[in-house]
Structure formats: C-alpha cells, structure tokens
Ligand binder design. Structure first.
Ligand SMILES: [Zn+2]
Length: 442
C-alpha cells in the first residue's frame, strides 16, 4: 500500500507530510498513493511493548496470540514481547517458535517471544536458553515473569549464559519468602484492610542483589515493573556505577495508588501491588530523568471468574495494551513531565533497543518499514468495553475519562487500525503474507 500522510505532527512538534511506498518510508509520494489526513494528529513510531501476556498456548480462555495482537494494534502497538508463563511454558525452541509463527501469521503486530529462564518457571534449572536464542524466534529476552528467579546461583548462571550472545535477563523482582500470600502493598493501609502486605523491600532487595550480580558477571539485566521509590534509588545508584541495567514501569504504577484497594475491587489487584503516592511521584520523576528507561504494559488478561471474587482469591493483573498510551499521556504528558519525543523513546525506540528488535523505533527513517501510530492527543473519551479488543475485560479504567485516541496504526507498511477501527483479521493476515513473500530477505 502506498500512502501520503498529510500534516502529521512529529514527536518534535513540527508538522510534516509522510510518504510510504511499498511499505517503507519514502522521500516522496508514489503515483496513486492513498491520502490520510493527519492534521492535528501526533505521529509516533509504532509502539513496542516489552512485557505482554498473550496466554497462548494453554490459557486461550484468557487471551490468544490473535486477540492479544488485536488489543495491541488498537492501542497503537506494532510489536509486543510475549511473556513465557504459558502452558506449556516457553522454555524450549518448539514453544517460542509456535508463538512467533502465530504472531507472524496473524500480522497485527510483530510477536517476539520471551524465553523462560528456568524450566517450567520452577526456578530449579536453566531452560533451553541457547536453543531458543538460535531458533527461528531468535529470542534475546529471557524472563520467569510472574515468578522471581530467586536462587542467586541460577540467576548468576543465567546472566553468564545470555552474556555470550548479548541477551538480557528480565527479572520479576519479588523475594518469595517476604511475599508469601501477599495481597497488597505493606503499610498502615494493609493493616487497616486486613490484607497481607507485600513489602517494598521484597522488590528492592532482589533488584539490589541482581544489579550487583550483573556487575560481577558483566551481563545485561532488565528490571520488570519497578514499583517503589526505593527501587528507583537502587537503579539510579546502579546506573551511576556503570552497571548495564535497564528498568520498566507500567502505566498503572504511574497513575494509581494503594488507596484504591479500599474498595476491595480486585481490578486493582496487581503484581507488584499499587503503592503509595510518594512511590508514584518517584516513578514519574525516574521515568522523566531516564532512571527508568521504558513504559511496559504488563498486559495481564484474566477471565471474569478469576477477578470477580474475594480480593484474596482473585488473580493478579490488569489488561493494559488498549489504555497504555492514554494513561501515559494523562500521567506524564498532561502533567508536563514528558514531551511526545520522550513518549516515542519510552514506548518505542528504547523498548525496541532492549528487546534487540531492529526496524522499530527509528522514527520514520527513509527506507525503513512503516511502523506508525497516528494519535489524537486532543481527544478525550470515556473508556468503555468498546475500547477493549482483547479477551480481557479486567481494567480499572472502564467509565473513566481518558485523554487521547489511537486513530491509525500501520504495522510493517500495512494498516491494522484505520479511523480508530481495527482492520479485519483476514485482510491483515493477507497483507502480512503478501508483505513477507515480497520481502527479498524473507
Ligand atoms: Zn511480573
């Protein structure tokens, strides 16, 4: 598809026309190109999520690669990294290749599987890290997310292993003994509500240990969903010391606090838990000053029955792909902490870099595949079920007014969202196939 996108506002604030020819950004319009009016819309490089739970294989009642990919495209994403806690666990080349090829067939986004660090996420022996790295899925990020790699020796071995090929370990920092049956942030409020506390130190102690291990080994470490002011301090210290560590924060940890647990509404039950006001302020500041590198959604769909029950029994997690950009706008842009160029960095170029994903996040470079999100930042909407495109309805934002709206998403040169509506699955799959077969390198 050939395109002229007229009058779009680039992340740096200048208005320009963008041209796409044969799926790639070009210097001028091709003959017969379709025009998309984009005056007043912000053009962002297609968003990249480093932390998505797609649930397939094994938990297709919660989400599938297809439904999660549709949710991602609707939220302006063009690539997602799929966490390994599926059934079977993504701990072998076979599973990661299956997830990768489903993503490629459906075509809404590039699906990059994350490999498990340990077999079955059991924390006992390393998974087939080398086989996954060498597979067609070319895995570079490894994580037991949902569980912490709590054994220090295994963590050291994992860091040593991925160092040999430039991979990265993404740690879910949760000291297991300190968080047994933990339900919410530990503090005065957890005492008042009678819910078992999840202390900040359970996260901070693991991060402190692991940045030191990463330094010792000389390997890359990524910290998933940083949630406390103390964690920010540790990461800031590690970076100042020259340790090769990156960190993510979720949209919900930038906006919501533990106070919401007063409702006992389990939509607010997440792992790590929502924290205090002062933690939210520290996280925002850390994202603004680069201590925290990226925003990642931790999109965690669950069937209703896993959430519509007593707080203690409810599953952890909320969906995030469809609301992420709006929540980042609300928490970070409308508050004056980030500009759109920063948003392009924390939601596209930097996560692509950490994930080792070429061709994403390089904003509109001539000749590169057109991964593009057109976003109406001046819009405002009451977030509703219509905004949810995956299977998960577990979001705390229903009925809440959020800024912004994704108008158009292009993945790899073809549209996945037009005029705010998802393009039909069959059409997207056909475009993806056409694109693959025409690519000389494919
Ligand atoms: Zn996690």
């Amino acid at each position: 598809m050939n395109l002229i996108v007229t009058g779009a506002t680039l992340p740096n604030g200048t208005a320009t026309d963008l041209f796409v020819t044969d799926g790639r950004f070009a210097t001028e319009a091709a003959k017969g190109a379709t025009t998309i009016e984009a005056a007043g819309l912000t053009a962002l490089p297609g968003l990249v999520d480093l932390h998505t739970h797609l649930r397939e294989p094994g938990y297709e009642q919660s989400e599938t690669v297809l439904t999660g990919s549709r949710a991602a495209a609707a939220g302006g994403f063009t690539a997602v990294h799929a966490m390994a806690n599926t059934s079977p666990v993504a701990d072998t080349a076979g599973v990661v290749e299956q997830v990768h090829s489903l993503g490629t067939q459906h075509g809404y986004v590039t699906v990059r599987p994350i490999g498990a660090v340990t077999m079955g996420l059991a924390g006992e022996r390393l998974s087939e890290i080398g086989a996954m790295a060498g597979s067609r899925a070319r895995v570079t990020v490894f994580s037991d997310d949902g569980k912490c790699v709590s054994d220090a020796l295994l963590m050291r071995r994992a860091l040593e292993y991925v160092k040999t090929f430039g991979g990265v370990i993404a740690q879910h920092a949760q000291e297991p003994r300190l968080t047994e049956n933990a339900q919410m942030n530990e503090g005065a409020l957890s005492g008042e509500l009678g819910l078992a506390g999840w202390p900040a130190v359970a996260e901070e102690a693991i991060i402190a240990r692991d940045v030191l291990l990463a330094e010792h080994v000389g390997a890359r470490l990524h910290i998933c969903h940083v949630s406390t002011a103390g964690s920010v301090d540790v990461v800031r210290w590690a970076k100042a010391r020259g340790i090769d560590v990156t960190a993510e924060v979720t949209p919900h940890h930038l906006l919501l606090t533990e106070e919401l647990a007063r409702s006992y509404d389990s939509r607010y039950k997440v792992n790590p838990p929502l924290r205090r006001d002062e933690d939210v302020s520290a996280l925002r500041e850390a994202l603004a000053d680069g201590t925290i590198d990226i925003v990642a959604t931790d999109h965690a769909p669950h069937p209703l029955e896993s959430k519509e029950c007593a707080w203690d029994e409810a599953a952890f997690g909320m969906v995030g792909l469809e609301s992420a950009l709006s929540v980042v706008q609300l928490a970070m842009v409308d508050s004056g902490l980030l500009g759109w160029a920063d948003v392009a960095r924390v939601l596209s170029s930097k996560p692509a870099e950490i994930g080792g994903l070429a061709g994403y996040g390089d904003a509109f470079a001539i000749g590169s595949a057109a991964n593009l999100t057109l976003y109406d930042a001046s819009a405002s909407r009451v977030f509703s079920l219509d905004d949810l495109r995956g299977k998960g309805l577990n979001t705390p934002y229903l009925g809440r007014t959020l800024p912004g709206r994704v108008v158009t998403t292009f993945h790899d040169g073809y549209p996945t969202v037009l005029d705010g509506q998802l393009v039909d699955s069959a059409e997207v799959a056909a475009n993806a196939l056409d694109h693959r077969t025409r690519k000389p390198s494919a």
